[in-house]
Design a protein. Structure first.
Length: 600
């Protein structure tokens, strides 16, 4: 007998060889078809015997093994004899066939993973641990199964049944393990019951034989008494026969003859009685056997009929459940398809609406800005010039003056950006002109930047020597009137001190950066880029030439602006070090050191 029978597909033989060697190292006896089938044998008979004589059945799952008819037969034979079954997965199987009994058996068990991406040693340790559970129960199950199959295959001979202590041990095992997996098979139960019936019949026969011997002994003693009486009568005749010796001899002879006849008659009677008892016992035994066989046959027929009815009912219920599940699945699939279609239509409509909003707002901004550009760019101001880097086609020109670009806008992933080349577009003095067109321009800018979420929350950067802030403590705070105007338009406006982080940009819709001369750290630039990518809007104003001319010559503005690491990493020879240019490098835009000539 073996500890483990391995069922597999030939295409998995390389893996099975590794598994076999691992079992060998762990002192397990393995039945494998390349090792345990003699060349001259009926291979399927040997496989059946191998399954029957193994404590555990291991099935290697792969697309080839689940499609194999031979593997399916091996599973059926293991299930027929209630073998403990362990499916292990070597290669994933996408689908099992409905109605396939072998496939259904595999799906009822927990699987151990032995795929290439899995840890073989960990999985093998779990397998050997599971195999080692209830070993004594498994060994006895296998031994009794092998004996029961041999008894059944050889015509159910009484000589192959269990006797004495072996029978008592088997009956105890059957009682104690009636609910333990693997369960006893019907053949094992029949084998043990027939063994008990024959054992009891043999005991009864021995008791009857002993009683017959005792009865015969008593009858023999009675015959001896009769013989003694006959001899006594002969003696009396001799004693009384005084007339003639001849008559005495005749009487004695006659008495002896009668005694011999009586003894012979008794012997014949005892013999006839013995034969009659034998015939009676044999007839009674045969009648009992016949009655028992009929009872067993009736029980088997009733059980088979009940199982058939139960199986038919289970199949009917399963068919109903399958049909219901299929109908529900079809219904769910249809609903999912319809929902996806509706979602696609809604998404398409939303995209079209967003695109329409973007393009419409761009046109509106271009119209308003160009119409009010002389109010936006004050006569005494000197605007800078914007330049697109890396030929980035996402940027659109919003405002031009003398064919030089003053303002541009773009979408970046889910967010929006607008850049202008003079901080004067947000100067408080613009509100003094009471120019409705310039105010409408700024209002439309905020509406466009706020378009993704619409919560109308604005923060203004400070702490980087910005020219424009809302902080009352800043010496150059120039957004106080605009702050009130923004609030009139239902926006909330707050200061965002350095450093700028993901946390203080959370729940914000629009970030305003007003011409920063001080250093922006790379972590802050990354946080702003992430903010735009997720749907935020940025309004940035700067003047490249002002940074060059005023930030390095001890000007009044330079003295008024104080911030941490003010000129760190900045160089007049390299305009890309201008903090606004560092901020907008990820977006491919730069404030140049040029300016728009207002004298033309």
């Amino acid at each position: 007998m073996a500890d483990v029978f391995i069922s597999y597909s030939r295409k998995d033989k390389e893996f099975v060889s590794i598994l076999y060697e691992a079992f060998e190292r762990s002192q397990k006896k393995i039945w494998i078809d390349w090792k345990d089938i003699p060349l001259t044998s009926d291979w399927w008979t040997e496989i059946e015997k191998g399954i029957e004589a193994a404590d555990t059945f291991v099935f290697v799952i792969s697309p080839d093994s689940v499609a194999s008819e031979v593997c399916a037969k091996e599973i059926d034979h293991a299930v027929k004899h209630n073998k403990r079954l362990f499916p292990i997965v070597r290669r994933d199987v996408e689908k099992f066939e409905e109605g396939n009994v072998a496939h259904a058996v595999l799906q009822r068990h927990n699987w151990l993973m032995f795929r290439e991406q899995d840890d073989f040693e960990v999985a093998f340790e779990k397998l050997t641990l599971a195999i080692s559970i209830d070993l004594e129960h498994l060994h006895r199950h296998t031994r009794l199964l092998v004996k029961a199959i041999e008894w059944n295959d050889l015509g159910r001979k009484d000589s192959l049944l269990l006797r004495g202590e072996d029978l008592e041990t088997a009956e105890m095992w059957l009682t104690e393990n009636e609910d333990t997996e693997p369960l006893p098979t019907e053949l094992q139960e029949t084998y043990i019951k027939n063994s008990r019936d024959v054992e009891d019949a043999n005991h009864r026969a021995a008791e009857i034989l002993q009683a017959a011997v005792q009865k015969a002994t008593r009858r023999t003693k009675v015959g001896a008494v009769i013989l003694a009486g006959a001899i006594l009568m002969a003696g009396v005749a001799v004693f009384l026969g005084t007339n003639s010796l001849h008559q005495a001899n005749e009487a004695n002879k006659k008495a002896k003859d009668e005694a011999n006849k009586a003894l012979q008659a008794k012997t014949e009677a005892d013999k006839a009685k013995t034969e009659a008892d034998k015939a009676n016992n044999k007839a009674k035994t045969e009648a009992n056997k016949s009655l028992q066989a009929k009872t067993e046959a009736d029980k088997a027929n009733n059980k088979a009929k009940a199982e058939a009815d139960k199986a038919l009912q289970a199949k009917t219920e399963a068919d109903k459940a399958n049909n219901k599940a299929k109908a529900e699945a079809d219904k769910a699939l249809q609903a999912k398809t319809e929902a996806r279609t509706e979602a696609d239509i809604a998404l398409k409509a939303k995209k079209e609406a967003d695109n329409l909003f973007v393009e419409t707002t761009k046109l509106q901004l271009a119209f308003l800005g160009q119409k009010s550009i002389d109010q936006i760019i004050r006569p005494d101001s000197v605007p800078g010039v914007l330049k697109v880097l890396n030929n980035d086609q996402a940027w659109s020109t919003l405002l031009k003056k003398d064919n030089q670009i003053f303002a541009m806008l773009r979408e970046f992933e889910r967010g929006r950006i607008l850049a202008a080349s003079h901080d004067g577009i947000l100067h408080d003095e613009l509100l003094n002109f009471k120019n409705e067109e310039s105010q409408e321009f700024i209002k439309t800018v905020l509406k466009w930047l706020n378009g993704r979420y619409g919560r109308q929350r604005i923060v203004v950067s400070s702490g980087h020597c910005e020219i424009l802030t809302v902080s009352q403590n800043d010496k150059l705070s120039r957004l106080s009137k605009w702050k009130k105007q923004f609030e009139n338009w239902k926006y909330t406006v707050n200061d965002i001190p350095a450093p700028i982080t993901d946390i203080n940009l959370n729940e914000v819709d629009i970030l305003i950066v007003g011409n920063a001369w001080g250093n922006l750290k790379q972590e802050e630039i990354d946080a702003i880029k992430k903010f735009v990518s997720k749907g935020g809007g940025v309004l940035a104003v700067g003047i490249g030439w002002s940074w060059r001319d005023y930030n390095f010559n001890n000007s009044a503005w330079e003295r008024a602006l104080e911030c941490e690491d003010k000129k760190l990493g900045q160089s007049l020879e390299n305009p890309s070090t201008y903090p606004m240019n560092r901020l907008f490098e990820p977006f491919n835009l730069q404030w140049t050191m040029d300016y728009i000539d207002r004298t033309k």
